[in-house]
Design a protein around this ligand. Structure first.
Ligand SMILES: Cc1cc2nc3c(=O)[nH]c(=O)nc-3n(C[C@H](O)[C@H](O)[C@H](O)COP(=O)(O)OP(=O)(O)OC[C@H]3O[C@@H](n4cnc5c(N)ncnc54)[C@H](O)[C@@H]3O)c2cc1C
Length: 405
């Protein structure tokens, strides 16, 4: 009898975790990964941090060396874009129309950056940051430039601004909203990060939309609602879109992400999905969400492996994420959309404090700047829905472990 076969589309965090977890669980079927990129699965967070800075070698980005895949009989097919899934016949089709059948299929296709419309003659001055290739190009450009404009004041834009500023270039951030990070955090955190970027010499323009990009003899003119900024090049960081078209066109339910249940199973019984591309239920917030975070990709990869093994262990995680800018590590736990009060522990004038978002005396989310203990504790307090005493929470003389009511 032929062995069971699991195919994994995508070669990022979620794909690598799924394959690794299957092996850890002694899955004895065949495992094949198909990834459109030409690198072994690698971590993306350093791309906008140490790798952009030039402080980390490319090889250090890979989750596993090549021999891990060979030794574990995980067939890894790079430069292999999957174009179509035939869910009736349980087959996938590659670029060259080669096909491969499956028993289980995992879609871990991640996201792609949202693009802006630009004229072809200027496209060599406009960059996005998602892959190793993107960073290699940007690093080359940094060497020959003095001034960069970053469109978008989200986490990636801000991390990139901090690194390029450290590398000695003049940086301007252009943000359409009234404050940076508006979509993802509170005024308190936005003000803190605006301040540290400005102190470092970065220009932060809010309430400013980009109306066009024009080539000039030095580089590019960024035409904004508040005037023209002349730059050598532009980096765009205005969010991402889930890669769910492949699923959708194959008849799998998707809407702002591939829809999965708590076992990461899609609308098709033999197809699972994990990572940034999923729209999944979160039991702590009682709604479907899409996350762009390493933790989610890892945990969903584990959930998929468990489901394939018939273990049915449901995914139930408090979202968390981090961002490194200058000397600060921001750790974010929970979702921000559900709070009626904010409690600050520590002084936001220092680079070490924690902001807790509470609802009816329970923490629903937190932003901790250089405060790992508070971050870890808040994940516990959120997941266990523990009643807290807000006065104790804001009082630094009381250990964070003793803030429960
Ligand atoms: C610059 C940057 C910084 C980040 N920093 C942080 C951070 O500090 N903390 C944090 O928690 N998260 C961070 N993230 C997010 C984190 O990296 C992602 O959440 C994580 O990589 C998601 O993994 P994934 O496997 O779902 O998707 P991805 O890593 O996007 O992998 C998907 C892969 O699938 C491939 N693919 C897509 N379609 C096809 C197809 N049809 N056929 C074959 N292959 C296909 C893609 O090329 C890609 O290689 C960062 C992301 C970026 C880009």
């Amino acid at each position: 009898m032929s062995k069971e076969k699991t195919l994994i589309i995508g070669g990022g965090q979620a794909a690598c975790q799924t394959a690794t977890s299957l092996k850890n669980k002694k899955y004895d079927g065949e495992i094949k990964i198909f990834c459109s990129e030409n690198y072994l699965p690698y971590q993306r967070p350093p791309l906008s941090k140490k790798f952009l800075m030039g402080e980390l070698d490319k090889e250090r980005l890979f989750f596993k060396p090549e021999k891990f895949y060979t030794e574990n009989q995980i067939a890894i097919n790079l430069n292999s874009y999957v174009q179509r899934i035939d869910i009736e016949n349980k087959e996938i089709f590659l670029k060259d129309n080669k096909k491969e059948n499956y028993d289980n299929l995992v879609i871990a296709t991640g996201t792609i950056p949202r693009q802006i419309d630009v004229d072809k003659k200027i496209s060599d001055k406009v960059f996005y940051l998602r892959s190793i290739e993107d960073v290699l190009q940007i690093r080359g450009k940094i060497k020959e430039s003095n001034k960069v404009t970053i469109i978008g004041g989200g986490y990636i834009g801000l991390e990139v601004a901090a690194i390029i500023n450290k590398l000695g270039l003049q940086v301007t951030i252009v943000e359409m909203a009234s404050r940076i990070l508006e979509r993802v955090t509170s005024e308190t955190i936005s003000s803190f990060y605006t301040k540290i970027h400005k102190q470092a010499g970065v220009e932060v323009l809010t309430n400013t939309s980009v109306e066009g990009l024009e080539k000039n003899n030095k580089g590019v003119e960024v035409i904004t609602s508040n005037g023209v900024i002349v730059s050598d090049f532009v980096i765009v960081g205005i969010g991402v879109l889930p890669c769910d078209t492949l699923a959708l066109e194959s008849g799998i339910d998707a809407k702002n992400g591939i829809i999965v249940d708590e076992f990461c199973r899609t609308s098709n019984d033999y197809i699972f999905s994990a990572g940034d591309c999923t729209m999944h239920p979160n039991i702590f917030y009682n709604k479907n969400i899409r996350l762009e975070s390493v933790h989610n990709a890892i945990e969903q990869g584990k959930t998929v492996a468990a489901s394939i093994m018939g273990e049915n262990i449901s995914y139930n995680q408090i979202p968390w994420f981090w961002s490194d800018q200058y000397e600060t590590k921001l750790q974010i736990a929970g979702l921000l959309d559900n709070y009626d009060d904010i409690v600050v522990r520590g002084d936001t004038k220092n680079q070490s404090f924690a902001v807790f978002y509470t609802k009816e005396n329970r923490i629903t989310a937190s932003d901790c700047v250089n405060r790992p203990a508070e971050h870890m504790m808040s994940r516990k307090l959120i997941s266990e829905k523990i009643l807290i005493d807000k006065d104790r929470l804001s009082d630094e003389t009381i250990p964070i472990k003793e803030v429960a009511n």
